[in-house]
Design a protein around this ligand. Sequence first.
Ligand code: FAD
Ligand code: NAP
Length: 337
Amino acid sequence: MSIDPQPQFDLSFNNTLGVPARAAWYAELHEASDLPLLVRWAKEHDMAVRALGGGSNLVMHEQVSGLTIKVSIRGKTRIDSGSSRQRWRLGAGESWHETVVDLIEQGGSGVENLALIPGTVGAAPVQNIGAYGVELADCLYRVEAYDTQENQWRQFTREACEFGYRDSVFKQQENRFIITAVELDLDQEFQPRLSYGPLQELANLPDLNARDVLAKVIEVRQSRLPDPMVLPNAGSFFKNPVITSETYSALVKNHPNLVVYAQPGGWKLAAGWLIDQCGLRGQSNVDGVGCYEHQALVLVNPKRAPAASIQAWQALVQGAVLERFGVELEPEPRFWA
Ligand code: FAD
Ligand code: NAP
């Protein structure tokens, strides 16, 4: 095998929450062809395997068991034959944001609303990343992954990915599939998606194009969200709960100013608003873990406290929202122990 797994590898700077963590075993994957050997090595040593991208959606415990495989496969190739869409094949280790910028520079569109989401291309299908009314599923053509259970390569069409709201087959069957390449279909003809408040003002811009939307999304995100390099965080810490019409009717009686959005299958509550109403925005515990002052949904960890402190604050927030609204908040990041 061309890659030797290393023991006790420091992951403290491989997770954007900044928690102190070590991988029992760690290897960096540059070539997809090395993956079956690495998985076999882990099985021979009776270890679980996990794929690591940019660590921007993870809460790591101080000791992470098994073999952590950092996916660093590069590559961006246009593979269509000049039809009405651009098809791109992307290595799973490419930076998602840099890829968005590159593809728009190349005249494609459809991913501009997803700019500045941290992490890698390979992690994007895992939670079907979404922002400003667009999700990865809207432009995904195919995913290539290694099935660590069946020891075989698999191709997933968009349907086979079983995408949902921040959900997919890769999240449902956590750690089973390691994604090595993603293929996207981009539009050649720009179709603006401006339904979210901060983007609506662009609607009147003459000759609006994908670059304008890209620039606006970057500007809005930089003004509202904390940069993990400056203030460690993992983005939205809780999913927005989706409730039934009956629950909505009952809730709105007691909370007439409830913030909700219609969603297939019910109503989506803004989790950040629920937390804010509990008076927790800008509050923190003794370790400094708390709710970001400009967006309560983002948990921040300025002192790089360990996972236990994050989970203590998580439980406090969940308890407060449950008591006030009777709604359970589900964490969005994955937990690694
Ligand atoms: P990691 O955190 O490394 O991993 C996350 C999960 O994906 C883990 O279960 C991991 O095992 C799995 N995984 C990673 N790589 C692979 C692979 N190659 N194959 C199989 N599984 C893999 N998310 C949104 O949806 N929308 C947003 O707007 C958004 N904004 C954010 C803003 C900030 C400031 C931050 C810190 C996070 C934000 N996120 C957002 C969350 C996060 O950036 C995304 O979920 C991102 O896709 C995670 O990528 P990653 O490479 O860091 O994954
Ligand atoms: P925001 O625009 O202040 O919106 C607050 C919440 O209301 C969001 O959760 C969003 O749901 C919902 N919302 C707002 N306008 C909506 C509309 N027109 N239709 C349906 N739902 C609407 O949120 P923000 O914190 O500044 O984030 C902006 C975007 O980036 C959001 O889409 C958010 O999901 C995304 N983001 C995600 C993460 C993450 O880690 N997952 C982190 C930062 C930002 P949705 O979340 O369903 O869009």
